[in-house]
Design a protein around this ligand. Structure first.
Ligand code: CIZ
Ligand code: SF4
Length: 302
């Protein structure tokens, strides 16, 4: 079947099922193009909460679909490929978090959105890469903070907020493929380009950046900046959107190795099969959902 035929079938079935398609900024181009909304995990979950559609087809990784389900429990949330997980989210277990909390009984737990629903349920407040500094700054000065699971984001936020935090040794393998020497050599090749990097990158990469931004922050910055060229230190899926939204500007990946295999599992074929068979449904047990929602709501209320 040609892409055009696939797209027509998806659009027809999407209407029949009363579904909305959400795609994360790191999805492949065809998937971003067929989506009703494209964005970061939080932006998409908020979009999910506003939609009147009965079915949310979430093209991203599992923690994102779970977040949509936590925010919109009365909708059917589907993922085209149930194996699309996030290795960073799987780097901390509930048992490990409980042990950490026992060691620091007075601490408040800030969890990055890249966590499972069960981890969010054991946390006080959630954050994204776009609002992590604001979230940490909102906590009382005299309480210790446990920040999970991303050590790189945690170090960056700690530096920016001036708050020491208890960090966990999680990381994004994809963003850690970007090395400081990649930034140095890209800057030599493109001396007029501005360097934007994601805070999931290592601290030596962050030190070489002109801007440290979430994916939504990068999209906004690229649009508003007078610069014509950008070196982009994040998952390479974002380059597609940046180039599409700014056809007269140039975007160079800091490293082509920053290609998340989980994000790339979703394809047009799988989207079609997902709508045909109404798979794979994401559910969150109600007791966990309610507690996880508290951590997310606290962040949204800021
Ligand atoms: O929150 C997201 O969507 C992620 C994982 C990255 C970002 O910075 O947007
Ligand atoms: Fe997880 Fe990194 Fe892939 Fe995002 S890019 S889903 S943080 S492994």
């Amino acid at each position: 079947m040609s892409d055009e035929e696939l797209i027509q079938k998806i659009l027809r079935l999407k209407a029949e099922r009363d579904a909305v398609i959400l795609a994360h900024n790191y999805q492949i181009g065809e998937v971003q193009d067929i989506a009703d909304y494209r964005g970061d995990s939080l932006g998409l979950s908020i979009e999910a909460s506003r939609t009147k559609a009965k079915v949310i087809l979430f093209c991203g990784v599992k923690f994102m679909a779970e977040t949509a389900k936590i925010i919109s429990p009365d909708r059917t949330v589907l993922m085209p490929d149930e194996n699309a997980g996030c290795p960073m989210a799987n780097m901390i277990t509930v048992r490990q978090l409980k042990e950490l909390k026992k060691k620091h009984p007075d601490a408040q737990v800030v969890c990055y959105v890249n966590t499972t629903a069960a981890i969010k349920a054991e946390s006080d407040i959630c954050c994204t890469s776009a609002n992590a500094i604001k979230v940490v700054n909102s906590l009382p000065k005299d309480v210790p903070i446990i920040f999970i699971p991303d050590k790189s984001l945690g170090e960056y936020v700690s530096k920016k907020s001036g708050r020491e935090m208890i960090l966990w040794n999680g990381y994004c393998p994809t963003h850690h493929y970007i090395l400081a020497r990649d930034i140095v050599s890209m800057k030599e090749k493109h001396p007029n380009a501005l360097v934007m990097v994601h805070p999931e990158c290592t601290s030596d990469v962050i030190e070489l950046a002109d801007q440290v931004l979430s994916t939504s922050g990068m999209c906004k910055f690229a649009k508003e900046s007078d610069a014509r060229e950008f070196i982009v230190g994040t998952e390479i899926g974002l380059l597609y959107t940046l180039q599409k939204e700014n056809p007269d500007k140039k975007f160079y990946p800091a490293s082509i190795l920053a290609d998340c295999p989980n994000m790339k599992l979703n394809t047009l074929e799988k989207i079609l099969w997902s709508l045909e068979d109404m798979v794979y449904e994401i559910t969150v047990p109600e007791d966990i959902r309610v507690k996880a929602w508290n951590a997310i709501k606290k962040m949204l209320d800021l």
